[in-house]
Design a protein around this ligand. Structure first.
Ligand SMILES: *Cc1c(COP(=O)(O)O)cnc(C)c1O
Length: 356
């Protein structure tokens, strides 16, 4: 059977290698890893590759993705990154550990855990400046005190998330703050916090450069496992595969055309008034891929002769340095995180797993 187009080719052994190298690297600092599967929609094959590489938990922001991985038979502790009160019953049923910042939600988890005769584990997220999710540090002691009164809830750790909304860099200052918060909570309430989760793929530079990770003993990694980069400067992490994902699409037109549109220029399909540089008559190709599939700014043609000129909903236009590409031939792209996220979510793009 001929492979379908467009398709995403996903190299599972490269994802496993990335997980292995990062597990070793962070393991030297006694930091365990949670593999984050949300960008892959919880593809069970990818979760398995992460687990083979050594991650100790799988986390996702969507309950549906966790359910899919469990149904596929993956047996590892699952962590829910984003917890909604309305889902509490299913969270308790399907998830081992959830991240939380609202007492009402934890109360609801407790109620359902009691009804289901289970203990549900929680990690409380602390706000350290990025201003996405998190309990302000000065509210944490009272929050913990109240949580400890709830039946069937076990508080196993605290965590923080940086570099996501506010772009705040993980550094010795905020990481040390999290460590100190953890130890003061442990002392005040005589608990042992099994997990102190310092962040995500943006914590790489900090972890490499710090003298002392103090109490931080866990990170939650998505992008660096999948695309091999840290996420402060998007620099490659030495030894990791950067291109475990490749997007492949089909050439549907290949013609010589002027580089300047002719006629009266008005708005394009997306309400922008485009501008163009006159480079004379050029060989251009159209590939059957568009903005409905992927933000084209996140695509990079693997063939360096090709340059993306623009795209509409369903047509991607490339300059081909006056060389011809045959109709029906394939063009391959590397992707950034945003492009990966949309391409994985596009129902029009077939997902093909290699080296399973
Ligand atoms: C998405 C997410 C992660 C993973 O982030 P990466 O930058 O992909 O490593 C970690 N923690 C939380 C809470 C998340 O939502």
């Amino acid at each position: 059977m001929k492979a379908s187009l467009p398709r995403m080719e996903i190299n599972l052994s490269q994802i496993r290698d990335n997980a292995h190298l990062l597990s070793e690297l962070y393991g030297q600092k006694r930091i365990s890893l949670i593999g984050v599967s949300k960008a892959t929609l919880g593809a069970p094959q990818i979760a398995r590759a992460m687990i083979r590489g050594g991650v100790k938990f799988i986390a996702d922001s969507r309950l549906e993705n966790i359910q899919k991985m469990k149904e596929a038979g993956i047996a590892i502790p699952f962590v829910l990154l984003r917890t909604a009160l309305s889902q509490a019953e299913n969270v308790v049923r399907d998830v081992d550990i959830s991240l939380n910042t609202e007492f009402d939600t934890v109360k609801e988890l407790s109620r359902h855990a009691k009804a289901q005769q289970k203990t549900h584990k929680i990690i409380l997220m602390v706000e350290l400046g990025d201003l996405r999710e998190g309990i302000p540090p000065h509210d944490l002691p009272l929050f913990v005190k109240n949580v400890l009164t709830l039946p069937n809830i076990e508080m196993i750790g605290i965590g923080t998330n940086l570099a996501c909304y506010g772009g705040i860099r993980p550094d010795d200052k905020n990481m040390s703050r999290l460590s100190q918060i953890a130890s003061s909570i442990e002392k005040e309430f005589q608990l042992n916090l099994e997990i102190v989760s310092g962040g995500n793929s943006a914590n790489y530079e900090w972890a490499q450069s710090t003298e002392n990770v103090e109490g931080i003993n866990n990170l939650r990694l998505g992008e660096s496992l999948l695309l091999g980069r840290e996420t402060i400067d998007r620099k490659p992490i030495p030894g990791l595969h950067l291109n475990a994902f490749r997007l492949i699409a089909e050439v549907i037109e290949s013609k010589e055309k002027p580089s300047l549109p002719f006629g009266d220029i008005a708005q394009n399909a997306f309400g922008d008034v485009p501008t163009f540089v006159d480079r004379g008559i050029r060989r251009r190709v159209i590939v059957a891929l568009g903005r409905q599939d992927v933000p084209v700014s996140g695509l990079k043609p693997i063939n360096s002769d090709l340059e993306i000129l623009g795209a509409s909903s369903d047509h991607l236009i490339l300059d081909n340095q006056n060389r011809a590409l045959k109709i029906g031939s394939e063009v391959e792209f590397h992707l950034d995180y945003g492009a990966l996220l949309s391409a994985m979510t596009s129902p029009y793009i077939e997902k093909t797993f290699l080296n399973s």
